[in-house]
Design a protein around this ligand. Structure first.
Ligand code: GUN
Length: 291
């Protein structure tokens, strides 16, 4: 039987509608809309596209979005000064620095510099620590979006064996923590994992976040499994996921397409995090992305 294709655009539209409603209510209570600032260093075309998409989505949700594009040769001190300024700006509830950044800049220093209350990417050490501890805080957008998709699709998480392929700070590691918190049994696989195909075949939930086009083949998938493809790889043949989609669709129970699967959820969650940041900063207590 062919897999159910999980419609990430529709799922994201649902979360974005919820955020838009919450944004209107926030504005009515506080006389201002939540503010989001996206910082981009250099003119990488992919970053440009992502940043434009994030700003447009924030505007559509009724937020106040601002984009700052800095020259590629910006120094750490210059970027720090901008972050400090935005940390101190009361109209700014969330900010993010689009990754990757040029070599002279440090992702670690950036993550440490952004005030944790304004860290809508969920990359700040304190927010990652909260995730480990199970305390409320900003969740990294992509893995949080994956949880939303699994829930919307009705995939049973409790007791399932989840295999996360990829151990990045942005996706793999937080993904494993979120699945563990929901009582999945999680294995994190990576480039040194032995017999990866066999391990993947044991997964009820398979999350692919490696950045290698169509690496995961149809015969790596357990029949009926939920397959979540986080990969966005630009190839000569066009945009490809980390999963060979046509093959996977024949075997899996659920499958996220590329594009139109996880990608739209990442942006929707960024908006949810921005609204939550505004609410927390205003002394309110709500989790927009939670049930
Ligand atoms: N680059 C790729 N994904 C992300 C993300 O989620 N946030 C930021 N800031 N940069 C990224």
């Amino acid at each position: 039987m062919a897999a159910t294709i999980i419609d990430g655009k529709a799922a994201a539209a649902e979360l974005r509608a919820r955020v838009a409603e919450g944004t209107a209510e926030f504005r009515a209570r506080h006389g201002r809309a939540p503010g989001l600032v996206g910082i981009q260093v250099g003119d990488d075309p992919a970053s440009e596209l992502y940043q434009a998409g994030k700003a447009k989505a924030a505007d559509e949700a009724g937020m106040i979005s601002r984009r700052v594009v800095l020259p590629a040769e910006t120094t750490q001190a210059e970027l720090d000064a901008l972050i400090d300024e935005l940390n101190a700006d009361d109209t700014v509830d969330g900010m993010l620095v689009q990754l990757p950044v040029p070599d002279q800049l440090s992702e670690v220093l950036i993550a440490n510099r952004i005030h944790p209350d304004k860290d809508v990417d969920g990359f700040a050490p304190i927010n990652l620590g909260r995730l480990v501890r199970g305390e409320p805080g900003a969740l990294p957008c992509t893995p949080a979006g994956v949880m939303w998709l699994l829930d919307r699709a009705g995939v049973e998480i409790e007791g399932a064996h989840a295999v996360v392929v990829g151990r990045s700070l942005i996706v793999g590691k937080p993904m494993a923590l979120l699945l563990t918190a929901r009582s999945a049994t999680v294995t994190v696989a990576h480039s040194r994992t032995r017999d990866l195909p066999a391990l993947c075949r044991s997964a009820d939930i398979l999350v692919a976040a490696v950045g290698r086009p169509e690496m995961i083949r149809g015969d790596w998938i357990k029949p009926g499994a939920a397959v979540i493809d986080v990969g966005i790889n630009r190839t000569d043949a066009g945009l490809r996921g980390d999963v060979a989609g046509d093959e996977a669709a024949e075997v899996a129970g659920w499958l996220t397409p590329v594009p139109g699967g996880v990608g739209p959820m990442t942006i929707a969650y960024l908006l949810a995090n921005t609204l939550d940041a505004a609410r927390r900063r205003a002394g309110e207590d709500t989790e927009t992305g939670d049930e």
